[in-house]
Design a protein around this ligand. Sequence first.
Ligand SMILES: CC(=O)N[C@H]1[C@@H](OP(=O)(O)O)O[C@H](CO)[C@@H](O)[C@@H]1O
Ligand SMILES: [Mg+2]
Length: 552
Amino acid sequence: MATHEEQIIAASAKHPIVPVENGYQYGTAGFRMKADLLDGITFRVGLLASLRSRKVDSQTVGVMITASHNPAQDNGVKIVDPTGDMLEQSWEKFATQLVNAKSDQELAQRYTALAKENKIDLDVPARVIYGRDTRPSGHTLVAALNAALDATNTTYVDYKILTTPQLHYLVRATNTEGRPDSYGEVSEAGYYKKLSDAFVRCMKHKKVDGPLVVDCANGVGGPKLSEFLKYIPKDKVDFDVQVVNDNIIRPELLNLDCGADFVKTKQRAPPVPKPEVGVRHCSLDGDADRLIYWWLDPELAERGGFVMLDGDRISTLAAQFIKDLMDRAGLNKQEDDRQKLRIGVVQTAYANGASTKHIKQYLKLPVVCTPTGVKHLHHAARDFDIGVYFEANGHGTVLFSHQALSTFKDTQPQSPAQKDALDTLLALSDLINQTVGDAISDMLLVEVILAHKVWSLRDWVMTYSDLPNRLFRVEVANKDLFRTTDAERRLSHPEGCQQEIDIEVKKYTDARAFARASGTENAMRVYAEAATRMEADELCDRVAHIIHRWGA
Ligand SMILES: CC(=O)N[C@H]1[C@@H](OP(=O)(O)O)O[C@H](CO)[C@@H](O)[C@@H]1O
Ligand SMILES: [Mg+2]
């Protein structure tokens, strides 16, 4: 029988890597690029997934093939850990090492070396499950992945087309099957049943505030949302959803002038289908893990008629609602601070300053700022019993600790109102995807909160006023010259650059600006906010000039 190394060498020869000058790096979103570069990379990620499974006592590891909001010709591949979280950060460098091996032989040797260094027994079973978004290239990448799984004697299940959060759900459900902490039935249908059951429990005696048009970016969210809607019992909840931009037959339409990323970055409605004034809308991204609400409101003229409710808004809404429920459930009353459940919000530097102020001063909750990338937010949110985290772009979720869940379950209610609050908290913990940000689950969360509060989108947006802001992309010769500190809010390098930014920021009212190298693109990003639109634009311009000059 051929050894592992021989099997890997033979299989790898059919999935060659395309060398690039600076090598590949497992980044915020795994490996993501033009799909035609990804065959060899996906093969090698398959090798790592099998090592990872063997490292974690043969638990099931996930692989997701998606490029989210990127154009249709791109694709990407990333690993999901057994808990449903993203790949443990200390393993990202192993992915980078395998992918940058120069030959099939070197690859096989690195594989064996990694196994040895990490004390991985290559004879124990390895289990992997995987899914992909609607991109046509996903099909061939799956073949590369299978080849690696076969070469390493890994057992696998192909879940075919899924949203990214569905795969995360399935990984956690698989690894908790039959246990007291079972995450749900191990199937796509199980995911729909869990969400719809929790939604019905949350919506007892409540009504959804009118129709909702959901723009699915012409991605996987379209068919999956339509499927999910079939699970909602019409006699229990009247949820009038119109699914639009759900054309997955023409792949070139994916993320084209629609979807959450378009809405957030362009700050305008997708042109197609023509949005109706006053109707509630939301947009998902290409793999359905981001969510942005919006509508056209001619009466809010200072917003140009287009009003957007982004990740910061979802996060403040959720934090306030959960805090209020905990008050009503009598859980914030404990005299002893050590017994209190700690609720907190995690944001990045891109969160609008007005949202941060609102959370601190009005909701009186702690706010933590982390570097960009959901893995950082997810990690920080774990430090709370109830950790609410969202990136401004609409990616996020709420994490409940074991302590929080057992408190919700074990508290004996003294009144019907208290019972109701405790039931709702428990139902919310099932409704919210705890593994990763999930646009479908987050949308249901928003609908539940608005229904409980009997709020329109306008009521929601009136909770505070966003500071006008601008996000700008600056191309520089070498973005690596720029290094950040203080959760990316300041530049430590090149020395002297931050001082110049500080001088500009001081010239404006309520202003804030920062620059950082993008982790997903070869460019610098500059963000600025200030009291007025003009000031924010001008400040952004000036900081962009500074970055341009230092980066030349
Ligand atoms: C300003 C911005 O939206 N940045 C995005 C973007 O990261 P950059 O490192 O800024 O390219 O892509 C990340 C992955 O999707 C996402 O987590 C992040 O929020
Ligand atoms: Mg996405």
